[in-house]
Design a protein around this ligand. Structure first.
Ligand SMILES: O=C[C@H](O)COP(=O)(O)O
Length: 253
């Protein structure tokens, strides 16, 4: 595995935690021994907590991510957040195209591409989320769906631009259900994506969907799984620290 594919655990807090709760989490987490020589850690709080999180994480090796970004630099876009507003808070990563945004907020492939493009232009690392529904999984077309989403997200990108991105493969049926995909099945999909898009050869591909401290090592020990995009299990400092340790062990296995 290349150095560019160091394990990464990104905690997507979704619509959880106030500013005070975010500060308390970071103080607790940063007081713990964390395997940050071997694993990259990123927290993605809600927008309202980003500035406080950026201040609390200053000088730490835990990175800061956002859960979304606008496709535009600025303008009459009520409720949107521009990339420069994120970087000003210390944000260096951004989740793009999460299935919840695609399903509940009408986010289309074209927008996902535009967001990845503007994120890169601002020095943000896009974490582009893709994944199939339960119906698509049952119909045996998971790989077709995911391949289409990945190709669309990076359409027109140079290989070296794609290499600066992260892909998160999240089977939608596994998100928040407690029923994770098997590491082997997830690895097969992720390996196929990597083989399909040359720019992803040395890029990180994360698995997401009911990742927990007790299964992360099994995922990361797979050859094409470079970490996790984690929702529920990222919300407590002890659990997040255990995810990092599990990723370290999985990568060393
Ligand atoms: O972004 C994170 C994913 O949607 C996974 O969520 P989960 O770990 O709660 O299943």
């Amino acid at each position: 595995m290349s150095a560019a594919r160091r394990p990464l655990i990104a905690g997507n807090w979704k619509m959880h935690k106030t500013i005070a709760q975010t500060q308390a989490f970071i103080a607790d987490l940063c007081a713990r021994p964390l395997p940050l020589d071997d694993v990259d850690a990123v927290l993605c709080p809600p927008f309202t907590a980003l500035a406080a999180a950026g201040a609390a994480l200053a000088g730490s090796r835990v990175g800061l991510g956002a859960q979304n970004v606008s496709w535009a630099e600025q303008g009459a876009l009520t409720g949107e957040i521009a990339p420069a507003m994120l970087t000003e808070c210390g944000v260096r990563w951004v989740v793009i195209g999460h299935s919840e945004r695609r399903a509940m907020f009408g986010e289309l492939d074209e927008r996902v591409k535009e967001k990845a493009r503007i994120a890169l232009a601002h020095g943000l690392t896009p974490i582009v989320a893709v994944g199939e529904t339960a119906e698509e999984h049952a119909a045996g077309i998971a790989l077709d769906k995911v391949r289409r989403q990945v190709r669309a997200a990076f359409d027109g990108f140079a290989d070296d631009e794609i290499a600066r991105c992260v892909v998160a493969y999240e089977p939608i049926w596994a998100i928040g259900t407690g029923k994770a995909d098997s590491p082997e099945e997830a690895n097969a999909v992720m390996g196929a994506i990597r083989a399909d898009v040359p720019g992803l050869r040395d890029a990180r591909i994360l698995y997401g969907g009911s990742v927990k401290p007790d299964n992360i090592a099994a995922f990361v020990s797979q050859p094409h799984i470079d970490g996790g995009l984690v929702g529920g299990a990222s919300l407590e400092p002890a659990s997040f620290a255990a995810l990092l340790e599990g990723a370290r062990k999985g990568a060393a296995a």
